[in-house]
Structures are given as C-alpha cells and as structure tokens.
Design a protein around this ligand. Sequence first.
Ligand SMILES: Nc1ncnc2c1ncn2[C@@H]1O[C@H](COP(=O)(O)OP(=O)(O)OP(=O)(O)O)[C@@H](O)[C@H]1O
Ligand SMILES: [Mg+2]
Length: 366
Amino acid sequence: MTDKAKILVVDDEPLNIKLLEANLLSQGYDVVAASSGQDALKILEENDIDLVLLDVMMPGLDGIEVAKRIRANEKTSLLPIVLVTSLRDISDRIKGIEAGSDDFISKPFDKEELLARVKSLLRIKYLHEQLRENYRKLKSLEEMKDSLTHMIVHDLNNPLAIIFLKCQILADSLGEKITASQKEDISDILVSARELKRMIGNILDINKMEEGRLALRRENFSLTDLAAEVAEEMKITAGPAGQSLSAQAASAMPEMFADKDLIRRAIINLVSNALKFTPEGGHIDIISSFDPASKKLRVEVKDNGIGIPQEYLQKIFDKFFQINHDQIRAGRGLGLTFCRLVVEAHGGSIWVESREGKGSAFIFTI
Ligand SMILES: Nc1ncnc2c1ncn2[C@@H]1O[C@H](COP(=O)(O)OP(=O)(O)OP(=O)(O)O)[C@@H](O)[C@H]1O
Ligand SMILES: [Mg+2]
C-alpha cells in the first residue's frame, strides 16, 4: 500500500519542490506540490493525501501554522506531517512538535534519510488506519450483538405474559378442588415468572436509561399505597422461604411525583434482594417516610439477613457486581444498577447501610 502513497510537498522555493519531487517520484510515490500554506490547505481539503512534507519558513502561513490547521481539521487530524527546515534551532523543533508534526528533515536533506522517514511514517499511518478499521468493525459487531440480545430479551415478554395468564386460569379452574401441592406448584411457577419479568425489565430499561432513551412518565401517587401493594404482591415469594414481609408508612405523607412504574420496580428489586439474602424466618420491612426539611420522600427496605461486608458497600450498585455467596444462586447483578439509575433519573440518591451477619437497609430519597 505504501508504495503508491500520495505525498504533498509544500515549499515556496520551486527548486526545493523539484528536488523533493524527483526523489519521491523515483520511489514510485505520487507527488502533489503546493507553493504556499494556503495552497496546501486547499489541496488537502480536496484530495486524499497520505503524507505532507512541509517547509517551515514560508511567507504568509508558515509551516508551523499549517501544521496546526492540519491537526485541527478532523479530515486531516491524523495525517503524518514532516517539517522540512533549514533551522537546526531546537526551539523551532519544539514549536513544530507542539503544532503536531511527526518528524523533521533538515535542509539540505539527505536522500536516504528522507526516504526512510517517509517510508516509516507511511507504514505507521497504514497501521493506524488498519486499527481504526478493525475498531469500526468490532464496534459494529458489538452493536449487532447488543441489538440481537435486546430483541431476544424483549421477545421473552410475550411467552411470559402467557405463563402468568395460564397460571391464573389454571388456579381459577381448579377452584376449591386445588390441592396443597398444586397450589405450591402454581405459586412456584408464578414466583419464577415474576423473577424473570423483573430481570427482563432490568436489562431492557438499564439499556434505555444508559442511552438516555427512557423518558420518565411522572404522575402523582401515594407511596404508602404503592409500598403496601408491593409487599402484598411479594408475600407469595416470601411465603415458601418462610420470611415475613411488611410495609409501614409514616402518617401525613405527601404524594410522590415520579414515574410510578419505575419506582415500583425499584422497590421490587430491593425486596427481591432482601428475600434472596435473608434466611428462613427472617423479616423484611418496607418503610416509607417524609422529611419536611429536605421535602424528600424516603423509602427504606430493611432486612435482618446476611448483610454486606464494608468493602463492597460502594461497589454494590455497579453493573454486574455481585458478592460471591456460597449457596445463593443470585441473578446477574443488575438489580441495584437498575435501582440506582431509576433514583438518579429522578434526581434522588440511593445508598446502603449494612452490617455483616446483622442485615442491610437500602434507602433511597427522592
Ligand atoms: N439485601 C441484601 N443483603 C445482602 N446482600 C445483598 C443485598 N442486596 C444486594 N446484595 C448483594 O449485592 C449484589 C448485587 O445485587 P443486585 O440486585 O444488583 O444483583 P443480584 O440480585 O445478584 O442479581 P439481579 O438483581 O440482577 O437478579 C448481590 O449479588 C448481593 O451480593
Ligand atoms: Mg437483585
């Protein structure tokens, strides 16, 4: 690739151009010449040039200024620039480097040196382009993979809705005749389906929130009622493992103005964790309150489960972060990321207070 490269030679002395041109043509390079800085910039705008040999001392725009403009232009920002200068002055070279040139040739130049430098810079440029191209390919593959994952996850919603519906129909049709073990089986199906729904929702919405594509649908609602509903709904999950779950709220709570569905799912995620990490017989509380001073509503999901070691308290809200538990088969480490993004989207804060072996309290205020 490098032997058919197109090189722009910029010099106000026609003789210098001739000399450089002769050497480069002899190596099979294409050469374009410009007799001033202005000309050079115009040529660069209109042609695909692979390398510039730039004289420093020219009337009008000098080489340093031209180099700066080449770097500032997106089209030419990576173009190799070799400054050709009769000055051996260190300070000029420093100016040249600061302006963004890649290499220097001193006048009168040595033919071998000129060609060696040109060849090496063209090679670097070629490698750079390869790197860029590979990066572009990789990125597009990654985007494809993401959108495929997204589609598959999204498609899981429909079969899931059917599982919910059919479970309900089955329970209704069995009516009074339902046996204890059938009831338990149906409840297990519902619990698993609900977990799946929670995880699918997290994946899809984390994606949207990260890309800023999730518009909040704010409305006024009662946080007290919402927390009570979640507690009621999740009791079925608590039941089999024998934990108790309850919701309490302070009296005289103002309405919350927020995206009700997202807040609901954030609380569900916190309760789901509390259930997962609290052993049999434990207790989970959803406590809602209001702080008149800051005018903020506060939700606390508190358990007396296994707790979280101090060193993980910060990291726990990071994407995919999980602590290695021996027994518990956790999900994917996205629940708390979802909660954090939801709370932050509302301009609120979320944090955790926990002691290993004693329990955890996840708190958010909005
Ligand atoms: N109430 C809790 N008690 C103890 N550890 C917890 C509690 N809540 C979260 N953790 C720890 O934080 C980790 C991250 O929680 P997160 O909800 O983000 O992910 P997950 O529950 O593992 O999976 P997912 O929610 O995606 O199904 C958990 O794996 C667990 O180690
Ligand atoms: Mg979780």
